[in-house]
Each structure stands twice: as C-alpha cells, then as structure tokens.
Write a protein that binds this ligand. Sequence first.
Ligand code: HMG
Ligand code: MG
Length: 301
Amino acid sequence: MNLPQHVRLVEVGPRDGLQNEARPIAVADKVQLVDDLAAAGLRHIEVGSFVSPKWVPQMAGSAEVFAGIHPRAGVTYSALTPNLRGLEAAIEAGVREVAVFAAASESFSQRNINCSISDSLERFVPVMQLAAQQGIRVRGYVSCVLGCPYEGDIAPTAVANVSKALLALGCYEISLGDTIGVGTATATRRLLDVVGRVVPREQLAGHFHDTYGQALTNIYASLLEGVAVFDSSVAGLGGCPYAKGATGNVASEDVVYLLNGLGIETGIELRALAEAGQRICTLLGRVNGSRVATALLANSC
Ligand code: HMG
Ligand code: MG
C-alpha cells in the first residue's frame, strides 16, 4: 500500500466552521480558538473571510480576529477573498495567504458568489495579479465536486476544467470541496483520476463535508490516490450557508486519529486539539461533532 508519509491538514474550523453559526461570536473567542489550534500543532489555519457581511455576517469581524491572534512561527494564517475588494481588506489586515473560491456547478456559483463560473474566474484575474505583486500565496477552492444541492450529480470533467483554470491563474493548490458531503469512495477515486490528469496530485487537497458520514472513507480513498493535504474542522464545526442541510467538515480530531493509525506524520497533538474543540463547542452550546474527541475526553476523567 503506497500511502503518503506526511499529511498536511488545513484547519478550516474558524472559517468554514464558524461562518454558519447564527448567533454572534465574540472576536476574543475566535482568537482563542485560532490560538488553541496553533498551540495544538496545526500549521495552516483558515482564520476568516473578507466577504460581504450581508452574505456571511459571522465573518464580518475577520480583520479584528487577525489583529488579535498571537502568530506562531511556521504557522500559515489564511483567509477567503472572493474579489479584489476582499483581497485589499486582507492585505490591510496583514494576511499573507488567501483563497479564492469557485464552483463546478453553475447554480451553486450563482447562489454562493452571485456570478457564473466563468465570471468568477475573470474576477479572480486582478486578485491573482495583486496577490502576486504582494507576494501573497493563493489557494483555490472548487465547490460541489461530488454533487450539488441544486443540480445533483456533477461531471468530474466539469471539476477538472475549473481546477485547471484556477491552477493556470496561479493558485498553488486546488482544494476539491465535497460541499454537501454526498461523495463515496468510488466517486472520490474516479474524480481524482480525472482531475489528476490536469492538476498534479501534489497540488490537490481534499475538503470533505461529513453530511452522509463518508468523509473519513473519502480521505482514505484520496490517500490511496496520492493526495496528502486535507481540510478539516475542529469538532466538525460548520455547514454551508448556501447548501441547506450540509453539515460541517470532517472533524480534525477524527482525521488525526485516522492518520496516527496509519503511521502518517501530522505533527498535531490530538488531546490538545480535542480540548480546543470542546472549548469552542461549550461556548457555542453545540454537541461536539468529533467521535474521537468525544471518546478521548470521556475517558479522561
Ligand atoms: P455581490 O452582491 O454580487 O457583489 O456579491 P457587489 O460587488 O454587487 O457588492 C454588494 C455589496 O457587498 C456592496 O455593498 C459591496 O460593497 C459589498 P453595498 O453597496 O450593498 O453596501 N462587498 C463587499 N464587502 C466586504 N468584502 C468584500 C465585498 N465585496 C463586495 N469582499 C460577493 C458578491 C462575492 C461579494 C458575495 O456574493 C459574497 O460575499 N459571497 C461570499 C459567500 C461566502 O463567503 N460563502 C461561504 C464561503 S465558500 C464555502 O464555504 C465553500 C468552501 O468551504 C468549499 C466547499 O465546502 O465547497 C470554500
Ligand atoms: Mg466547505
């Protein structure tokens, strides 16, 4: 079995996780979460979004969160930027890595960023130019890679086309988002086979929401396909404001447990991560979405 020796986790809890929470969360609590995650060993944390506050009110305070965190050496703190205005705000906040986000489904693109797929790619051109001038790295997301809440099945070739376009624009990595968590292991392997022909696997990441409970299986399937970067959310926080019923990303603790069992290095301290997740869940009054954290913390008293 040829599995990667090292996996990089991109922790998206503070962004993908919290963006869907309806009630306000204090900046200090978001800062605490980001600092806790860095202390647990996460080396890439998506802190927030510079998007329209009318579209995603919870992310409105992202600049303040960036100002409040205690940056650790070797940790990347990134943010979503859908357009030039978002990138300018991110630069103002001192952000050194951003992500643009497109979709493989026209309907989702309209609902999420209010434009067609091709318009979104055009909108990213000046974003990429300014980012390059400023030496800011840009990651690219593709949503709905294994299904769309409005269109159902999505052809792997549609995902490949958008991924290829984002790579050509200058994204250093393409994160493939199963936004509504409908994918299965077979569909994941088929997708990676098709997308892997236009984007090198070292530049692909998996972003699995766990709505149908398939995320860990899909990560394992992706590992078998040579993918070594995964997005996850502490305590399985989240959902998507534009994908009704979608649950959070796969829980980071569960992914770390899987990788530990496979002997794959992550550099993350599982108990500290579980404690960080429980802390934010208690604050939000949410049930912890990580099976591993729930088991670990129950056994500790
Ligand atoms: P629009 O309405 O078409 O844009 O929205 P607009 O240019 O006409 O601007 C409308 C208003 O937004 C204006 O304000 C602008 O100034 C303001 P008004 O004049 O009405 O007061 N505005 C902004 N404000 C702050 N920051 C900005 C910004 N841009 C415009 N950057 C837009 C287009 C893209 C802005 C909007 O649709 C938007 O913000 N969408 C964000 C949606 C979002 O964040 N979704 C969740 C993240 S994606 C995701 O979760 C998927 C992912 O996890 C992968 C997966 O799971 O699949 C990544
Ligand atoms: Mg997502």
